[in-house]
Design a protein around this ligand. Structure first.
Ligand SMILES: Nc1ncnc2c1ncn2[C@@H]1O[C@H](COP(=O)(O)OP(=O)(O)OP(=O)(O)O)[C@@H](O)[C@H]1O
Length: 575
């Protein structure tokens, strides 16, 4: 081990001898003959060891020792004396001398002392180097920790705060600087919520989740959605030193996600429009409850699908879902269909019949086209809704039934009840919660998504190489008034799918009715409605099923309307 050595002695012989011996041993030696020369050398250069004679002409070597320690504190200074005294030795050591040698100094003793001094210096240098490195590392870490936007909190194994950055303070709403060394058990850390347990448990080597997501409500501010990530801190030997928690504020992201996560559909219903988002939100809320829901909306707008969603998204999903189309059955048939009958209750009642309400026990009953039920059935229905009791036709025995009622109509029940055609009390009872399905014209932006959905459905049923809609066909679809709403769109696309030989569906594959000026939706009064129906029947060559499709009405609704308008004799009666 070689080093830079300064030899300070006023005796030239000694200086030269030391210089030669140390030089031969590989050290770079510099000499100084007196105090001032020595100080100049120490000021000019850094030395790894200094040999100083205690007698330096007029000055004391001890004085130089003191000066050397001031200038180069970590450099070992070896004192040399011709007349050792206890006082001088102890003073030298007190002043920080590394060693004390008595003349005559042998070569071996000199080299040994030099070796020891240099080894000592290296040790100190290394320790200093490590400490400096630790300080640099710490400064860097602090800069990083302060610089990142995420909150950082660390604790020692004792659960006491060892570091917290500004972001964490702000996130937690801590107004004053959190005191390092304070325990995380203190109440001021309560807003940290689960993060507190994660930190404490991890720091103590216990088990805790490494990741979590939670809401933090900082004092005097709104709630923040925060992602937590906790890791243990270990030293080089793997010993636990504490834990660090990173808090990432996801509030903005989650708001953004929420606004972007406009859903493309819900349980069979397709559509990404704001109107449908509202429907989905309402359906999810209502699915959880047992309230009677009245679903309104024009024909073909998805009322039946909405009723299904209400059933299948709620706690009754495992129970039965019974659907009854109230317009499809004659009055007396509907009554026994709904409430059941006893054997012999009327001609043809050859056996007991449970009725749809009892079949729906524990589940949901969907009463479609509820506007079409007779006054007698209305009264019976009111009884079920109010008392949850059914009585079968021809039997006076009340039976308890637990069925959720979802009613649907495309008629204006408020007007019907104002006209005395629908019981007002039943209307109020049904109308407790109202869900209105938007018409397709109110959500045209959903047409491309719906088209994609239906084409994929057809492709499963009738494999043929239809790739999708051409832009012009889509444009034509976007322009339609869609009085028949989604049902009509579905029919139109089915037609196009069948007529398209492959590739893209073009406008030429769409049903001819679509290329003709669209039949305008009923905007006003019965006259224009009659005209619309007549126009549709004409265009459909008298075929009522086809006319219903053109109008976007279900067949039942068209029959009802024809009856109401006194037009039931029109058309060829074909389905
Ligand atoms: N949002 C939608 N997403 C996907 N398909 C839909 C949607 N709305 C309606 N449909 C489809 O349109 C057709 C008619 O829907 P549905 O029977 O639910 O309508 P409705 O309002 O009950 O009609 P009506 O009043 O004539 O009984 C069905 O084939 C249904 O699958």
């Amino acid at each position: 081990m070689s080093g830079r050595v300064l030899v300070v002695d006023d005796e030239q012989v000694l200086r030269l001898t030391f210089e030669a011996l140390l030089g031969d041993a590989g050290h770079a030696v510099q000499t100084a003959a007196d105090f001032d020369q020595a100080v100049a050398a120490l000021e000019a250069d850094a030395f790894d060891a200094v040999f100083v004679d205690i007698i330096l002409g007029g000055r004391s070597g001890l004085e130089l020792l003191e000066r050397a320690k001031g200038l180069q504190p970590t450099t070992p200074v070896v004192m040399i004396t011709g007349q050792p005294t206890v006082e001088a030795a102890s003073r030298a050591l007190r002043l920080g001398a590394f060693d004390f040698m008595v003349k005559p100094v042998t070569k071996d003793a000199l080299l040994r002392a030099a070796r020891a001094a240099l080894a000592h210096k290296r040790l100190i240098d290394e320790r200093d180097h490590e400490a400096a490195q630790r300080r640099r590392y710490q400064a860097l870490l602090t800069a990083i920790v302060e610089g990142v936007g995420d909150g950082v909190i660390s604790v020692g194994v004792d659960g006491r705060l060892s570091q917290i950055n500004r972001a964490a303070q702000e996130l937690l709403g801590l107004t004053s600087q959190a005191a390092l060394g304070s325990s995380l058990e203190e109440p001021m850390w309560a807003p940290l919520g689960q993060g507190r347990q994660m930190l404490l448990a991890t720091a103590r080597g216990g088990s805790a989740p490494a990741e979590a997501r939670q809401q933090i409500v900082p004092a005097g501010a709104g709630p923040r959605l925060v992602e937590l990530s906790c890791r243990p801190l270990r030293d080089g030997q793997g010993r636990a030193m504490g834990a660090v928690l990173v808090l990432r504020d996801r509030t903005r992201l989650s708001l953004l996600e929420d606004s972007l996560r406009s859903r493309r559909g819900l349980h069979g219903l397709v559509g990404q429009s704001p109107a449908m988002q509202e429907v989905y939100r309402l359906l999810e809320t209502l699915a959880e409850t047992d309230t009677t829901v009245l679903i309104g909306g024009p024909s073909g707008s998805g009322k039946e699908l909405a009723a299904e969603a209400l059933h299948y998204l709620g706690p009754r999903a495992n129970g039965p879902l019974i659907k009854v189309n109230c317009a499809a059955l004659a009055e007396n048939l509907l009554e026994s269909e709904l409430f059941g009958h006893a054997r012999g209750a009327f001609t043809g009642a050859v056996a007991d019949k449970a009725g749809r309400f009892l079949l729906a026990d524990g589940g949901t009953i969907m009463l479609d086209e509820i506007g079409d039920i007779s006054p007698a059935v209305q009264l019976k229905l009111l009884r079920v809704l109010e008392d949850k009791i059914v009585e079968r036709v021809g039997e006076a025995k009340p039976r308890r039934v637990d069925a959720r009622v979802v009613a649907a109509t495309n008629q204006d029940l408020a007007t019907l009840s104002a006209q005395g055609r629908f019981r007002q009390d039943l209307y109020y009872r049904l109308n407790v919660v109202r869900l209105n399905m938007p018409s397709l014209a109110q959500r045209r932006e959903d047409i491309p998504l719906l088209a994609e959905h239906f084409l994929a459905q057809f492709a499963r049923r009738m494999p043929r190489p239809v790739e999708g809609l051409s832009p012009t066909a889509l444009e034509a679809l976007m322009r339609q008034p869609w009085p028949g709403n989604v049902r009509q769109l579905r029919h139109v696309l089915e037609h196009a799918y069948i007529f398209c030989p492959g590739g893209l569906i073009g406008p030429e594959h769409l049903p001819p009715e679509l290329s003709a000026p669209p039949i305008s939706p009923a905007a006003d009064g019965p006259t224009s409605e009659a005209q619309r129906i007549l126009a549709a029947l004409r265009r459909a060559g008298g075929n009522k099923a086809k006319a219903a499709r053109l109008l976007g009405l279900s067949r039942n609704t068209l029959y009802r309307k024809l009856n109401e308008l006194g037009l039931s004799e029109l058309g060829d009666g074909s389905e």
